[in-house]
Design a protein around this ligand. Structure first.
Ligand SMILES: NC(=O)c1ccc[n+]([C@@H]2O[C@H](COP(=O)([O-])OP(=O)(O)OC[C@H]3O[C@@H](n4cnc5c(N)ncnc54)[C@H](OP(=O)(O)O)[C@@H]3O)[C@@H](O)[C@H]2O)c1
Length: 313
C-alpha cells in the first residue's frame, strides 16, 4: 500500500479509480465493493492513518483535502474515474461556499489530470422550488460545477439513505429508540422516497460501466413514497416499540435542530442543516434511472429490516 506518491502507470494496467469520502458512510461502504473490482483503487483521505486499517494492502491512500488544490493534483494523477463522495457541511456555518470551492478545485484538477469520468452522489429536491433548502441547493450546485468541467459526469440524486451508519438513519433511530411520545414538527409529513444503501451502492458501481455520455443526472429512490412519520412508525413497528406521535403546527427549524441536538448524537449544526432539507419533498420525478440501469431498488420495509439487522452502537 502506498501512501503518498501515486504512480502514473499501474503494473497490471488496471484503470486507476479515485475514491473520495472513503472514511464517510457511503464512501466507506463503496470502498470494500470497489476493492473487489479489476481496478487499481486509490483513496483520497485527509487523515490516511484513520483509513489505513479499513483498506486492503493493494489499495493506495493519498493524503489530500478538496480545499487544497496541490493535494488534488497529486491524488488525481493518472486517474481514469473519480468518485466524489465528499460532504463538507458538518460543522461549518458557510458550508455552501466551501462546497462550491471544493467542487471547483476538484473539477479543475480532474480536468487537468485528464480524468475520463466523475461519479457524484448528491441529493434529491426540485431545482424550481424557490424554497429549496441551502443544503439541497448546494448539493445540486456541486453537481453542476463538476459537470461544467467538461468531464463525463454522472450525478445521482438520492433522498434519505437507509442503512446503519447513515446520519439520517441514525437520527431516525435515536429519536424513535429514545422518545415514547414525540412532539412532531410538520416536516415529518413531508413526502420522501428513501433508498436502501445497498441500492445506492449498486448504482454507484454500475455508473463506472455506462457508455460515454454527457450531462447525466439520475434521480434514485426506493419503491415507495412515504413521510418521515411513516418511517418512524415502521421502524418502531419492526423494533416492537409503541410510539405516540403528536403533531404541532409550529416548531421552527431552529427549535427542531435544538430538539435533535438534545436527543440525538448529531451536532446541532448538522441537525439544523438536515432539518432545513427535510421541509422539501425528496421524491423521484425523473424516472430515467429505471430505464438505464438494471437495478430494482427495494422498499422501505426491507431497507429498514437490513439496517436494523446490521449491528451498530
Ligand atoms: N447519507 C445519506 O443519507 C445521504 C443521502 C443522500 C445523499 N448523500 C450524499 O452522499 C455523499 C456522501 O455522503 P455521506 O453520508 O457518506 O457523508 P459523510 O459520512 O458525512 O462523509 C463525508 C466524507 O467527506 C470527507 N470530507 C469532508 N471534508 C473533506 C475535505 N475537505 N477534503 C476531503 N474529504 C473531505 C470526509 O472525510 P474526513 O474523514 O476527513 O472527515 C468523509 O469521508 C454526499 O454528497 C451526500 O450529499 C448522502
Amino acid at each position: 500500500m502506498s501512501t503518498s506518491q501515486p504512480d502514473d502507470h499501474e503494473p497490471d494496467n488496471h484503470p486507476i479509480v479515485l475514491l473520495t469520502g472513503a472514511s464517510g458512510y457511503v464512501g466507506g461502504r463503496l470502498l470494500s465493493l470497489l476493492e473487489q473490482q479489476p481496478i487499481q483503487l486509490r483513496c483520497l483521505a485527509r487523515t490516511p492513518d484513520k483509513l489505513r486499517p479499513q483498506v486492503k494492502e493493494s489499495t493506495q491512500i493519498v493524503q489530500g483535502d478538496v480545499l487544497d488544490t496541490a493535494s488534488l493534483d497529486n491524488a488525481l494523477k493518472g486517474v481514469h474515474t473519480a468518485y466524489y463522495l465528499v460532504h463538507l457541511m458538518s460543522d461549518s456555518s458557510d458550508f455552501e461556499e466551501q462546497d462550491r470551492q471544493a467542487a471547483k478545485n476538484f473539477a479543475d484538477a480532474a480536468s487537468k489530470a485528464g480524468v475520463q469520468r466523475i461519479i457524484y452522489l448528491g441529493g434529491l429536491g426540485d431545482d424550481n422550488d424557490p424554497k429549496l433548502s441551502p443544503h439541497l441547493r448546494s448539493r445540486h450546485e456541486v453537481g453542476q460545477i463538476l459537470n461544467s468541467s467538461g468531464i463525463d459526469t454522472v450525478e445521482f440524486r438520492a433522498g434519505m439513505v437507509i442503512g446503519a451508519g447513515s446520519l439520517s438513519y441514525k437520527l431516525l433511530k435515536s429519536l424513535t429508540d429514545r422518545l415514547p411520545v414525540m412532539i412532531c414538527p410538520r416536516w415529518l409529513t413531508t413526502a420522501t422516497q428513501p433508498i436502501a444503501v445497498d441500492d445506492v451502492l449498486a448504482y454507484l458501481l454500475a455508473a463506472r460501466q455506462l457508455p460515454p455520455g454527457r450531462d447525466r443526472i439520475f434521480e434514485i429512490g426506493g419503491t415507495e413514497i412515504v413521510t418521515y412519520a411513516d418511517l418512524i412508525r415502521e421502524y418502531a413497528h419492526q423494533k416492537g416499540l409503541r410510539r405516540l406521535l403528536i403533531f404541532v403546527p409550529v416548531l421552527t427549524p431552529y427549535l427542531s435542530g435544538l430538539w435533535l441536538a438534545v436527543v440525538t448524537p448529531a451536532t446541532y449544526a448538522i441537525g439544523r442543516h438536515l432539518i432545513e432539507g427535510l421541509k422539501n419533498p425528496t421524491v423521484v420525478q425523473d424516472k430515467r434511472a429505471g430505464k438505464v440501469f438494471a437495478i430494482h431498488p427495494m422498499g422501505v420495509k426491507e431497507a429498514l429490516q437490513r439496517a436494523i439487522a446490521t449491528a451498530t452502537e
